[in-house]
Unconditional design. Structure first.
Length: 564
């Protein structure tokens, strides 16, 4: 769950530090107070694009940080381990976004710089955020397939199919390339042969570039290295005033002292050990000093060799291993070109086998999707019933695309078209959701889908940004009750403008805009008691001080919370 949220110099927010609790927390405030600003800050933690315009006027950078309690969630621990990010006994993970006025956006996990795409992937394990306009994704059937696969846990099957399909597509492209004109093949053979010859001529050795870089550093610094080691050697060995000479006299004196006072035997032993250890160090420095040679010819050769490696890296790969891999691939491709007819027929046979495998995988994926579709229909319909949509039928249609020959027509994610269907009234046929759902209906359908997906993924925190847009009355009450129910099992944060939802929240945070010294600020604070009564009264009637509004607000809060 999200335990702490820290926002600094983001839009109108100068600094906000919120400690969040378990259960259902609502965020409220007047229009224009800054609720969307807070939603934007949370969006940054999910990987949304940051812009310079979001940095507060007069500041050089904006910071958004979230501290999440993650316990021992295996998926989170596995992700951190796979990406080399430490996880300590505090059982917390901190993710952070930094926007600079220079235009550079930075992302961090556990204070370690991280690509934004990795932050996006990792944050999806911590929380799921539903933005104001995200319900519009239900108008795009591509998202329907994605939602169904997430619900059914088909990620492994979809990835496996995508790999096989990509391999098949690549094989078909190779086949098409192989039937190009002979002149093009000859030109490619010459290029491949030249690349092989050039790489072979370099006689590359593993990690050679790293060793040469170290040697260039040593050779380039030979005079300074020699000077430093000579000074060190002389400091140890210089006649009687050298460190070794002085320590030798101390050693001899202590040996004589032991002859007169045996209690100092341990001290004498320690000094003797120091002397012999330092004597060994002196010998090592001497050997190192004698091995330092200023060799301009060797330095020139090393630099020329590194230049050769640099040019090869620029042409064939960023690392020596990539160059060698390129050479092997070039040799394989050259062999294929030299045995064109034979290879073409072999590749055609391979394509036929791969097509059978792909079609088989597509059929298996279709079966899994159809099974999951039935389960998803039941779970989503159950939630819709709680949200006052009990008379609406929800269905997940899975249909296979077919070629003219009647075989499955595959794409990267299988051969299926997935579409969500609704029937708004009893007796009405199911129709595509994009063509019949109202704004309030689409919001509730999206809420139901997000809920079942969060249960599947075991996500600890759900965030909804004004999912209640376009609804009111008993529907709003139903959503408030459902949010309260979810809050018993996981953390739920909701930005809302409806009092009937806010009164059900376990915790209430009010966002308000204030002016001070001709500057505007957005503040966010947890409210309880009379402050919460006043805010609910404002949401009900627009007036926070009228007695009738306050009485109504207090009665609503007392209905759901004993403390009121």
């Amino acid at each position: 769950m999200l335990e702490e949220l820290y926002v600094k110099n983001f839009a109108l927010i100068e600094e906000v530090h919120l400690t969040l609790q378990e259960g259902f927390t609502c965020f409220t405030g007047e229009t224009g107070a800054g609720k969307s600003i807070l939603a934007g800050a949370l969006g940054l933690l999910s990987g949304s694009r940051g812009t310079v315009d979001q940095i507060r006027t007069g500041a050089e950078e904006a910071v958004v940080s979230g501290t999440f309690g993650v316990s021992d969630d295996p998926s989170i621990l596995e992700w951190l381990e796979n990406h080399g990010i430490p996880f300590d006994d505090s059982k917390t993970v901190i993710i952070r976004r930094l926007l600079r006025r220079s235009g550079k956006s930075m992302a961090y996990i556990q204070n370690i710089p991280t690509p934004v795409k990795d932050l996006t992937e990792f944050s999806s394990l911590l929380f799921d955020m539903h933005g104001q306009h995200e319900h519009q994704s239900l108008f795009d059937t591509a998202f329907h397939r994605r939602y169904l696969d997430n619900f059914g846990g088909h990620d492994h099957e979809v990835r496996s199919f995508a790999i096989k399909f990509s391999q098949l597509s690549s094989a078909k492209k190779r086949y098409d390339a192989m039937v190009d004109d002979a002149q093009e093949r000859e030109r490619e053979k010459e290029l491949l042969a030249y690349a092989i010859e050039e790489i072979d001529a370099a006689s590359l050795q593993p990690q050679e570039d790293e060793e040469l870089e170290k040697e260039r550093q040593r050779l380039g610094s030979a005079e300074e290295l020699r000077s430093l080691t000579e000074q060190s050697y002389e400091a140890l060995h210089e006649s009687e005033i050298g460190i070794l000479g002085i320590l030798y006299r101390v050693k001899q004196n202590l040996q004589r002292i032991v002859g007169m006072d045996t209690d100092q035997q341990e001290l004498s032993k320690r000094v003797a050990e120091l002397y012999y250890e330092l004597e060994d160090v002196g010998q090592a420095i001497g050997h190192y000093k004698d091995g330092i040679l200023f060799d301009p010819a060797r330095l020139e050769w090393v630099e020329e060799r590194l230049d050769v490696l640099y040019r090869l890296k620029k042409k064939y790969g960023p690392e020596l291993s990539d160059i060698l891999a390129y050479r092997q691939q070039a040799e394989d491709n050259l062999a294929q070109l030299e045995n064109f007819d034979e290879n073409r027929e072999a590749l055609l046979d391979q394509i036929k086998t791969m097509e059978k495998d792909v079609l088989s995988l597509a059929s298996e994926l279709t079966k899994k999707r159809k099974t999951s579709a039935v389960d998803m229909e039941k779970e989503v319909s159950g939630i819709l019933s709680e949200l006052k949509m009990g008379k609406i039928r929800f269905a997940v249609q899975v249909s296979q695309r077919k070629s003219e020959r009647g075989t499955p027509l595959c794409g990267l994610y299988g051969a299926d078209e997935v579409e969500f269907l609704l029937s708004s009234n009893p007796g009405e046929p199911l129709k595509p959701i994009r063509s019949i759902a109202s704004g309030g209906e689409i919001s509730r359908v999206m809420l139901a889908i997000k809920s079942v997906l969060s249960q599947t993924d075991n996500i600890g925190t759900l965030i909804f940004d004004e999912i209640d847009t376009g609804i009111g009355g008993e529907v709003a009450v139903a959503i408030g009750e459902y949010f309260s129910k979810i809050g018993r099992f996981r953390q739920l944060l909701s930005i809302t403008h409806l009092a009937s939802i806010a009164v059900r929240a376990d915790n209430h945070i009010m966002i308000q805009k204030v002016e001070h010294n001709d500057r505007t600020y957005t503040e966010a604070n947890r409210i309880t008691g009379d402050e919460r009564v006043q805010e609910i009264a404002r949401m009900l009637s627009g007036f926070a001080e009228r007695d009738i509004s306050l009485d109504h607000a207090r009665r609503l809060l007392q209905q759901y919370h004993q403390k009121f």
